[in-house]
Design a protein around this ligand. Structure first.
Ligand code: AMP
Length: 551
């Protein structure tokens, strides 16, 4: 396929606002594409699958250098243009336009050629690798038409900026090859390779159904929801498998004989950074072939976990790794088995996966163990395990349904987490909504805002309301009744003078509120009668907490 056809499709999508329309365009394109595996990855801004150990290793400055070499424009000028236009793609396009006016039209590029060139860039290693990478990219820009240069530059930085993400590409694959959406999604969760899923879907539904978990290819990890309470978990599951919620980082382990590959929660290959964990797996795991999951914990004084930042240092480290292993030793606690000796266990109930997991260690090892687990229907038992976990410095407990399958990439009801509210925010109450039905006379939820010190304005950040009893709501309604300044339908505007201390699970970016953020699972922790509006948290504090949370 000619690369210009890919560039034309990207340009068309860039001018499309509707997701449905975008999906249609992508589907049509995939249907007609011959280098299907390559272009399916390209269209979501990927060159290799996210988890592949192959990566370009090119940052902005090497890219500027390459474009400067290809067009003869000084690197400082390239940088200035990027600052003005805000996009390296447009800069490359402009510079290639100028160059073409002076030279002959370059030959036609194909998507395969572009991919092969990228692969050579990824392979370049050793002392002169930077120079080699620059040369290869300069060659590519040398043969690119202006529009092609726009998308080559963006692909190099894996930011295509056309708004096609995993969701759209999955829907488009289903549309293009008449495959059921749930099968495409399943295949994607198991392989994390849009290219492979597209090629397989094209062969037919039966082939797609056969795609399965495979050593070396990470599976999207099963996620946990916040439990409403220990009692409700017991109510729903009857029997609950209780484990500590360790304060560490998740790893998915792929072992085949003596080869061990480790993936992080984001499915990045982190094997090189964790030689101690890989070595311990080789030493202690009994199965020749296995895919297991566990939590890596940075061990501090008295065996207590060290801060999450320390673990991140280990996961991200690319040099002086041996030194880092000594400075921040890790311990791995296994909690699940996804495949053993070629047999997928994903559909097996947790209780059975657990039996397989218990046989996974052939000897005691200082760096690995299997998490202790208690199956119970007794709240007191869970409470005791919870207290033990907290006093050992861990996060809380996980409550798992022993009958449940492993559902890749899903945040379902079969894994629940219980942990104390971590950081709280002090937020100003600026509005509310009258309840419905038997709560019609009560204010059912409250609008919260943080301060913007620059303008003095209050910026909305979310609502709190769920989880309060009728009695609490009645007390609060009494408190706020006198400071209602405006009402329309069920909406109430309140004089901003009360500060709530609010706990939450996570701060998320959100276009729905003026602050640009929203709180996940907000809970009223207390009414800060000692605080005035001026003492409430600012938008800077929210940004800071958001950053810390993202490591
Ligand atoms: P969260 O990150 O708060 O959504 O909680 C889920 C995470 O807890 C998982 O991704 C694991 O990294 C971690 N975790 C710690 N202990 C366990 C455990 N026993 N079972 C499952 N996940 C655990």
């Amino acid at each position: 396929m000619k690369f210009i056809e890919f560039a034309n499709v990207c340009e068309k999508i860039e001018g499309t606002a509707s997701n449905i329309e975008m999906t249609k365009i992508v589907a049509q394109f995939l249907k007609s594409a011959d280098d299907l595996e390559i272009v399916t990855r390209f269209i979501i801004g990927r060159i290799f699958p996210a988890w592949s150990s192959e990566e370009l290793g090119v940052g902005p400055s090497l890219l500027y250098n390459a474009i400067s070499m290809a067009t003869g424009v000084k690197e400082t000028q390239v940088k200035d243009m990027v600052r003005d236009l805000g996009d390296i793609g447009l800069v490359c396009e402009k510079l290639c336009e100028k160059r073409i006016q002076q030279t002959l039209l370059p030959a036609e590029l194909t998507t395969l050629q572009v991919y092969k060139n990228f692969r050579d860039v990824a392979k370049a290693a050793g002392k002169k690798s930077q120079k080699k990478k620059t040369g290869l990219l300069a060659d590519l820009f040398g043969s690119a038409k202006p529009k092609e240069a726009r998308y080559i530059a963006r692909l190099v930085l894996e930011e295509l900026r056309i708004g096609v993400g995993e969701g759209i590409v999955r829907d488009a694959i289903a549309q293009a090859f008449d495959a059921p959406k749930n099968e495409v999604e399943r295949a994607y969760m198991l392989t994390n390779d849009a290219g492979l899923v597209a090629v397989t879907a094209k062969k037919g539904v039966e082939e797609l159904k056969r795609l399965d978990i495979m050593p070396g290819r990470p599976v999207k990890m099963m996620l946990a929801q916040v439990a409403r309470s220990m009692e409700s978990a017991i109510n729903d599951m009857k029997e609950v498998a209780v484990e500590w919620k360790y304060d560490g980082a998740r790893v998915q382990i792929h072992k085949t004989n003596d080869e061990v590959i480790l993936f992080s929660r984001k499915l990045e290959n982190v094997t090189k950074s964790l030689p101690d964990i890989a070595g311990a797996i080789k030493d202690a795991v009994a199965y020749n072939q296995a895919i297991l999951e566990g939590e890596a914990i940075a061990v501090g004084e008295g065996g207590k976990p060290r801060p999450f930042q320390d673990i991140l240092k280990r996961f991200r480290r690319k040099y002086d790794i041996e030194q880092m292993v000594k400075e921040i030793p890790l311990h791995l606690t296994l909690f699940d088995a996804l495949q053993v000796n070629g047999k997928s266990l994903l559909h097996k109930p947790l209780s059975e996966r657990r039996r397989v997991l218990e046989k996974s260690l052939k000897k005691e090892h200082a760096k690995i163990d299997v998490t202790p687990r208690t199956v119970t229907s007794d709240v007191k038992v869970i409470e005791n395990i919870y207290k033990d976990a907290l006093s050992a410095g861990h996060e809380g407990v996980m409550l798992k349904n022993p009958k449940s399958a492993y559902t890749p990439g899903k945040r379902g009801k079969n894994w629940l987490k219980i942990k104390p509210i971590a950081e709280t925010l002090d937020l100003v109450v600026t509005g509310g909504i009258w309840g419905e039905g038997r709560r019609a006379n009560l204010i059912g939820s409250y609008l919260l805002a943080c301060r913007d010190p620059a303008t003095g304005n209050l910026l909305s950040i979310g609502r709190v309301g769920t989880g309060m009893t009728d009695k609490q709501l009645a007390e609060l309604t009494g408190l706020f009744k006198d400071i209602i300044i405006f009402e329309k339908g069920k909406d109430i505007e309140l004089k901003p003078e009360v500060v709530f201390e609010v706990g939450y699970e996570e701060i998320q970016k959100s276009p729905n509120y003026e602050s640009g953020f929203a709180l996940r699972f907000p809970r009223l922790a207390s009414i800060r009668e000692d605080k005035s509006v001026e003492d409430a948290d600012s938008i800077e504090r929210v940004r800071e907490l958001y950053k810390i949370q993202r490591g």
